[in-house]
Design a protein around this ligand. Structure first.
Ligand SMILES: *Cc1c(COP(=O)(O)O)cnc(C)c1O
Length: 395
């Protein structure tokens, strides 16, 4: 029926995207130019933050956040094992310690009760920050995290790579968009092709904090400032600039911002399509639990109406995950596993990750599989995926 392969996620490049990039190539700027500012302004407007800083990729965004918050050898940061390694690695880049806390098996995001237990098991001042991740697109309740962080003097970096366009409803009934800066110091996004908005490589940091915003812009380009009002030494002339701190080259080229801006203009359209696909999966897998010979299939589908799940991933859990993964591949369906828990990676095993109980993360990892989820997935392709999943679980 379907002869081509179906990946778990893929980019959607239109003629308008191609025209936007072509126009950038014909302009005066290849790297830093007007499209960087435009992308930042439009992205901030989309998710509702005051400021945005576009960077080379999501990992660079995380690294700059850690630098801007002065993470160093004495810094201890809590995150989830069920994420891409970069959420934890950014702390290590700056020499800090990563402490993992377990997930809530219902949302698959960091369990705030486990985070509280971990914080309270140590003396005051032991921990410095939390990196919650909107895993699969499920928006973390950052209002609760803010209260916990304030109680203990911690900062928050929201890793919102999976959730541009997702939101949760706070206690005032306000829809709080992921990365809008209302409850976290900083948030980050990625524009890798599997993410909602693709620019090839690319990332964004969002914040409502002006001082952090100014610092991030300087760190993005070697720690160099040309701002006449901020020079530490006397001005030598028009060419003069100062490297005032150790920064990096984490700039994003204008060419890629052209693609990002064009993609961003279709973000809501893509989000609607993801919601439809999720509802169709939900319906096909009847209410989220299919009684089957190999056990019960669990579905992480559309949640209650007080959150908008951004559905970067549509996750199911099955007892014979490896069997299903292989069976789907035999039929050209490239489902994927997100993620091998970060604390089980040899690098983190070697440095030791504390004695935390991460059994929920490990149990999820044993069963989780991400089914194809992207705006251009056709109904025919989705039906094929559904049929193959059902065929396997009923075999
Ligand atoms: C993709 C991703 C990153 C890293 O983004 P890159 O642009 O690939 O560097 C970080 N965290 C999460 C949760 C991601 O999904």
């Amino acid at each position: 029926m379907t002869s081509h392969s179906i990946p778990y996620g893929r980019q959607n490049i239109t003629e308008a995207d191609i025209a936007a990039v072509t126009e950038a190539l014909r302009s005066d700027y290849l790297t830093t130019g007007p499209r960087v500012d435009e992308f930042e302004e439009k992205f901030a407007a989309y998710i509702g933050s005051k400021y945005a800083v576009a960077v080379a990729n999501g990992t660079a965004a995380l690294h700059l956040c850690a630098l801007a918050l002065d993470v160093n050898e004495g810094t201890r940061v809590i995150t989830t094992p069920i994420t891409f390694a970069a959420s934890a690695n950014c702390v290590r880049y700056c020499g800090g310690e990563v402490w993992f806390a377990d997930i809530d098996p219902k949302t698959l995001t960091l369990d705030i009760n486990k985070v509280r237990e971990l914080i309270e098991s140590r003396p005051k001042g032991f921990f410095h920050g939390i990196v919650p991740v909107d895993f699969a697109g499920y928006p973390v309740d950052l209002e609760s995290y803010r209260a916990l962080a304030d109680e203990h003097g911690l900062w928050i970096i929201e890793d919102a790579c999976h959730a541009p366009g997702g939101w949760f409803t706070d206690s005032q009934g306000v829809q709080q968009w992921c990365g809008n800066g209302a409850y976290a110091e900083l948030a980050i996004f990625s524009f890798h092709p599997v993410k909602h908005i693709a620019s090839g490589e690319g990332g964004m940091i969002t914040t409502n904090d002006e001082a952090l915003y100014e610092r991030l812009k300087v760190l993005r380009t070697h720690g160099i400032t040309r701002d006449r009002g901020n020079l530490r030494y006397p001005d030598h002339g028009g060419w003069y600039m100062e490297m005032q701190q150790l920064g990096y080259n984490y700039r994003i080229p204008d060419i890629l911002c052209a693609l990002g801006i064009s993609q961003l203009s279709r973000a809501e359209e893509g989000m609607q399509r993801r919601q439809e696909i999720a509802r169709r999966y939900d319906k096909a897998f009847v209410g989220g639990a299919v009684p089957i010979a190999i056990g019960t299939m669990k579905v992480h589908g559309v949640p209650s109406s007080d959150v908008r799940h951004a559905f970067h991933l549509y996750v199911i859990e099955v007892a014979d995950r490896r069997g299903l993964y292989d069976y789907l591949r035999e039929h050209g369906i490239y489902a994927q596993v997100h993620y091998v828990p970060v604390h089980t990676m040899p690098y983190y095993q070697d440095i030791g990750y504390g004695e935390a109980d991460l059994s929920k993360s490990e149990a999820y990892y044993a069963r989780g599989l991400s089914l194809p989820m992207y705006p251009t997935l056709t109904e025919e392709e989705q039906d094929f995926v559904i049929a193959k999943v059902k065929e396997f679980v009923r075999e």
